[in-house]
Design a protein around this ligand. Structure first.
Ligand code: CA
Length: 227
């Protein structure tokens, strides 16, 4: 059973989410503020977090940072504000996706399923692969990246993007293919997602993120991973 942590201070939205999620056999915990959210996440180990950014006690981005200190649980952000800066900030802090309020329940449930699916281990035999560059090593079996003797912490979305690129080493992977593989079949034009996440991968893995050697942009087309 998939356990969802709903972090939201508006009772009507909480009620709607709880009813809809329980009807689809999710287990649901609800937190009305950031402090409760962080406690519940540690105590209950949810499989996915639905997080409102406007909370009474702290900014939702602080909750994302708190969670990312110890868990890669997928985080789906609810944003009432229309500022793309805020969404990028949330993605940058480690959120995996966002839905803008007011949202349709069907859309939210689809995003939730996609976020959970991305976080699941695939377990295929080809997972047993190590890819080494001069800067870092990708262990596809253990889903780990080492750089200069240390583990690099990646969010599930960053990892999935890296994995798709590494499995296609040397080949151009189109923007649409990346979006559909990593975010889901209904995606294809959200190239801003790719720019945000590629910047994060480069920042974490490239010696000189502004002159990448391994994560190459093919302008207007897609991205390519080179050893
Ligand atoms: Ca709120």
């Amino acid at each position: 059973m998939t356990r969802v942590l709903v972090v939201e201070d508006e009772p009507q939205i909480v009620r709607a989410l709880v009813i809809n999620l329980k009807a689809r056999k999710y287990e649901v915990d609800a937190a009305p503020d950031g402090a409760t959210a962080l406690e519940l996440a540690a105590a209950r180990h949810p499989d996915v977090v639905v997080l409102d950014l406007g909370l009474p006690d702290m900014d939702g981005v602080e909750v994302i940072k708190g969670l990312r200190g110890w868990t890669r649980v997928p985080i789906l952000v609810l944003s009432a504000r229309h500022s793309s800066d805020e969404k990028v900030e949330a993605l940058d802090a480690g959120a995996d996706d966002y839905v803008t309020k007011p949202f349709g329940m069907d859309e939210l449930l689809a995003r939730l399923r996609a976020a959970v699916r991305r976080a699941e281990p695939t377990g295929s035999p080809e997972d047993d692969v190590m890819v080494e560059t001069d800067e870092f090593t990708v262990d596809l079996a253990a889903k780990k990246v080492h750089r200069q003797g240390r583990d690099v912490r990646l969010t599930p979305t960053e990892w999935h993007l890296l994995e798709v690129l590494v499995r296609n080493t040397g080949r151009l992977v189109s923007q649409r293919q990346l979006l559909q593989e990593v975010w889901g079949p209904s995606y294809g034009t959200e190239t801003n997602y790719l720019r945000v996440y590629m910047a994060q991968l480069r920042r974490k893995l490239e010696a000189d993120p502004s002159h990448p050697k391994h994560f190459i942009t093919e302008p207007g087309m897609g991205y390519r991973f080179e050893r």
